[in-house]
Design a protein. Structure first.
Length: 146
């Protein structure tokens, strides 16, 4: 949604995610630094300093949107159909970050939304290959091979 002078919130968020200061963003986009600061607080991003940038998890969080029904959708970029973000010059997929946040380990194989919502990146909803294989084994043990 555009703010003063037509500067969109998305434009401000993009520069915040790059670790830019409120003053830099205000001057670059010709908008109020108070508005930039308010958006930074809404996203729970730390104040920009010359020595620090936002963490990968903070960058991921800034690109998610709570749907109100228990899911998180990705508002960031997509690459070849997958939700992605670039942090410190490295491309990451949103679901792999979500998986690491939830499980404290690097996922094995593809990470998919296990909740049935293809666009969901909620940390508790993503599964890796070993998790899906374990669920399939349990299903076959209960119901037999289909």
């Amino acid at each position: 949604m555009p703010g003063p002078a037509g500067v969109s919130r998305a434009d401000i968020i993009t520069l915040l995610q790059e670790g830019r200061s409120d003053r830099y963003i205000g001057q670059t986009l010709h908008t109020s630094t108070k508005r930039v600061r308010r958006i930074r607080r809404d996203l729970e991003l730390p104040d920009a300093t010359r020595a620090s940038t936002i963490t990968l998890e903070q960058a991921w969080t800034a690109r998610t949107c709570d749907t109100g029904d228990g899911h998180l959708t990705w508002t960031g970029a997509y690459r070849e159909g997958f939700p992605t973000l670039k942090h410190d010059g490295i491309n990451h997929t949103a679901r792999r970050i979500a998986f690491t946040v939830a499980h404290g380990r690097t996922p094995v194989g593809r990470v998919l939304a296990g909740c049935g919502h293809a666009s969901c990146v909620h940390p508790r909803h993503v599964t890796d290959q070993p998790m899906r294989e374990a669920l399939n084994t349990q299903y076959q043990q209960i119901f037999g091979a289909a």
